[in-house]
Design a binder for this molecule. Sequence first.
Ligand SMILES: Cc1cc2nc3c(=O)[nH]c(=O)nc-3n(C[C@H](O)[C@H](O)[C@H](O)COP(=O)(O)OP(=O)(O)OC[C@H]3O[C@@H](n4cnc5c(N)ncnc54)[C@H](O)[C@@H]3O)c2cc1C
Length: 277
Amino acid sequence: MTGNPMLPYLGKLVEVRDLAAEIKLFRIELMNGGGESFRTWKPGQFAFISAFGLGEAPFGIANASGRGSAVDFAVARLGSVTTGLHELGTGDVVGVRGPLGNCFPMEKFKGKNLVVIGGGIGGAPLRPVIQHVLDHRADYGRLTILWAARRPDLLVFTDEYDEWRRAPDTSLHLTVDTPDENWKHETGLITQLLEKVAPAAENAVTITCGPPIMIYYATRLLGKMGFAPEWNYVTLEARMHCGLGKCGRCNLGTKLVCVDGPVFNMVEVGELLETYL
Ligand SMILES: Cc1cc2nc3c(=O)[nH]c(=O)nc-3n(C[C@H](O)[C@H](O)[C@H](O)COP(=O)(O)OP(=O)(O)OC[C@H]3O[C@@H](n4cnc5c(N)ncnc54)[C@H](O)[C@@H]3O)c2cc1C
C-alpha cells in the first residue's frame, strides 16, 4: 500500500454477478494508483471496500494474484455497507483500501499435503489458496477440499468445482446441512464430513475458514485427528475499523486480527478461539 493508508483508491466494478443466495462476486479494476498497490497480493490478505455515502467494510481477497489484474471479492449481504454494495452494478465505482493483513505462508506449505476447509462465505478467502496451489501444482502435495454451506444455494464458486476436481491429485467433498431434492453429495456438518473423508495428518497443513462456531469445532477435531497445531491454520473475522493496528477494535486476546492476522495457526490462537465464539 502506498500513500495515506486510510485513503481508499477508486475501483471500477468490471463484473458483478450472483455467486450464491445473497452473495455477490465483485471484480474490481483499481484506478488512480491503486493498481500499483494491488500489483501483487498474497492469499489470505483482505481489503476494505467502501460504498460511497454508507461506509466501508473489510472483505477477504477472493482470487489469487497473477490471474489478471482485477481483484475479486465475494460479499454476503448483511447490513448497511454490504446492502449498498449489492445495489451496485458493472461500471460503478467503489473505494478500496489494501491489501491488508498477513497471509497464508504458501512458501512454507510447499511439499505439504493441503486440507482446505471452507464453510459458506468463509470459502471466499480460501479460493486464492486453491487457485495458487492449482497455478503452482508441482510445488504442493495432495489437495483435499472440504466445502460446506447451510443449503445448496449458499455454496460459493460452484462454477469452479469442475476445474478443482480435474486438477491433479485434488479432491472436492461437498456437504450441506439441509439438502434439496437435487442434492447428490453429503448431508451434515463439515465436521462429520471431515471424519468421513479422514485426510491423513502426516505431512499435512489444514486451512479453515467459516463461521466462528465451525472454526472452533473443526480445529478441535483436526487436533484430535493428529494435525499439529503449528500446521492447523485459520483465517478469522472480527469487527474492525482501521485495519492498521491503530484502533484496537479487532483484538483477540493480545492479537489484533487486522495486523497480526487474519491468518493464524493454532499455536497462536488455539486457546483464544473460545472467546471468538
Ligand atoms: C478480515 C475480514 C474478512 C472478511 N471477509 C469477508 C468476505 O470475504 N465476505 C463477506 O461477505 N464478509 C466478510 N467479512 C465480514 C464483513 O466485513 C461484514 O459482513 C461487514 O463488515 C458487514 O458490514 P455491513 O455494514 O453490511 O453490516 P453492519 O450494518 O455493520 O452490521 C450488520 C449486522 O452484522 C453484524 N456484523 C457486522 N460485521 C460483523 C463481523 N465481522 N462479525 C460478526 N458480526 C458482524 C453487526 O453486528 C450487525 O448485527 C470479513 C470481515 C473481516 C474482518
